[in-house]
Write a protein that binds this ligand. Structure first.
Ligand code: IMP
Ligand code: MG
Length: 184
């Protein structure tokens, strides 16, 4: 498995330090005033963010609800409709609630901008986005990020939840995949 990795981009240690920082930031922001006073809902978009979600939520030291969504994006197909299908929705009502969406990586932004629009229309009190990684060079749609782990170059990365063809999710670090692995 590790033979397919060209270079380790982010080590376990670097990831853990950043995740702790983000968790502390969210803890500070949501224990204060100005929010609905209720527990925030922290919802992640499966599957890529499952490792980040598990680590991040354990660094958040206030009560919160944990939820998950599954979406299928047609954003990368030939017909870039920007349409996103919600395969599994958040399991609770979000109107009047404070929502934090947790993503693994923001690439073109097509999926997230659609999702944020749909969720906003449901009358949440606030919606913020937390993404571990961002590839700014790839952005097609502007999506404001409230909590960002790392900006990374335009390389295909795997590990820490991120996959190529469902593989490499269980690598504990984030690595750049050798182009010959995906025929690049
Ligand atoms: P987009 O922002 O709508 O283009 O979609 C981003 C999604 O594409 C992410 O949630 C990932 O599932 C996937 N993705 C984008 N770049 C990478 C990468 O470098 N490695 C693994 N998955 C990626
Ligand atoms: Mg994803």
């Amino acid at each position: 498995m590790t033979n397919d990795i060209r270079e380790i981009l982010l080590t376990e240690k670097e990831l853990a330090a950043k995740v702790a920082e983000l968790g502390a930031q969210i803890t500070r922001d949501y224990s204060g005033k100005g929010y609905s006073g209720e527990r925030p809902i922290i919802a992640s978009v499966l599957k890529g963010s499952y490792v980040f979600m598990a680590d991040l939520t354990r660094c958040i030291k206030i009560p919160c609800d944990i939820d998950f969504m599954v979406v299928s994006s047609y954003g990368k197909s030939a017909k870039t409709s920007g349409e996103v299908q919600i395969i599994k929705d958040i399991g609770q009502k979000i109107d009047g609630r404070d929502l934090i969406i947790v993503e693994d990586i923001l690439d073109s932004g097509v999926t997230l901008s659609y999702l944020m629009r749909v969720l906003k229309a449901r009358g949440a009190n606030s919606i913020r986005l937390c993404t571990l990684l961002s590839k700014p060079d790839r952005r097609k749609v502007d999506v404001p990020i409230d909590y960002l782990g790392f900006e990374i170059p335009d390389e295909f990365v795997v590990g820490y939840g991120l996959d190529y063809a469902e593989r490499y999710r269980n690598l504990p670090y984030i690595g750049i995949l050798k182009p010959e692995v995906y025929g690049g």
